[in-house]
Design a protein around this ligand. Sequence first.
Ligand SMILES: C[S@@+](CC[C@H](N)C(=O)[O-])C[C@H]1O[C@@H](n2cnc3c(N)ncnc32)[C@H](O)[C@@H]1O
Length: 276
Amino acid sequence: MSDIKQVHQAEYAAPNLGERIVAALTDAGIPATKWTPKILGPADQIHGGGLQQTQAHAAMVDITPDMHLLDIGCGIGGPARYFATAHGCKVTGIDLTDEYIDAANLLTQKIGLADKVAFDCGDATALPYDSASFDMAWALNVTMNIEDRAGFYAGVHRVLKPGAKFCISEAGLGPGGDPYYPLTWAREPAYSFLMPPDNMRTLLENSGFRVVEWVDEAARRKATADGRPAAEAKPVETPLTIQMTRGDDYLERRANSGKSIKEGRLTNIMLVAEKV
Ligand SMILES: C[S@@+](CC[C@H](N)C(=O)[O-])C[C@H]1O[C@@H](n2cnc3c(N)ncnc32)[C@H](O)[C@@H]1O
């Protein structure tokens, strides 16, 4: 195993995750026909803001049933299944964590969505796809683990069709100093490749993308008591939790993200770019 894969695996390890999720839902008496994005959301939307934020981001673009989307760093497939369920499109997800891809496949088969949504285990910086093969790409809270940002953007640019959209959400470095660790994507600074949002934008534009939407999500979060996104008004009944996927220390790590946002140490951008 390469060094980076080892560090990555230590960060994201989640043994038997798919089986644990299936068991929790089965024990709660919820049949697979009812495993909606809301029921699965607490465990399968692995980013601040959860399903609500995926929905808000998706509302910024037009996703149509004839499209084939690429979800890079897809986690266990929550956003991918949401796009396919809500918009009828085809989605390919790719992620470096083997256990996440196993869980993604298991859950997708169980809900009968495998004809529309497929997953590959692989590295976001070496996308194993033909040039100009996707109508849209997504990277939700992934790039903080990607050191070679220019190489990553160049690869996404290659696999997208001309004019295709690239939707990104990411935490970045704020002006207030280093963030507090452990963070939700990295327990140690060594696996956290944050950059100020303006630098990220310049790199993206230099890679052949034009930014068409730019939302400063941190500004909204700063206004909440703990720097976290506003909670869903009416949470759905589900036995699933984010700790099942990300570990028991997740809440401490999430609190560090919120505190870092509050103190201007972290930024959070939600954007839509277009392949020029
Ligand atoms: C915070 S999670 C977000 C998962 C998913 N996008 C979501 O929102 O539910 C970050 C994901 O990025 C993946 N990841 C990080 N670096 C990667 C790389 N170089 N190639 C592929 N996936 C990567 C991790 O395995 C993890 O699933």
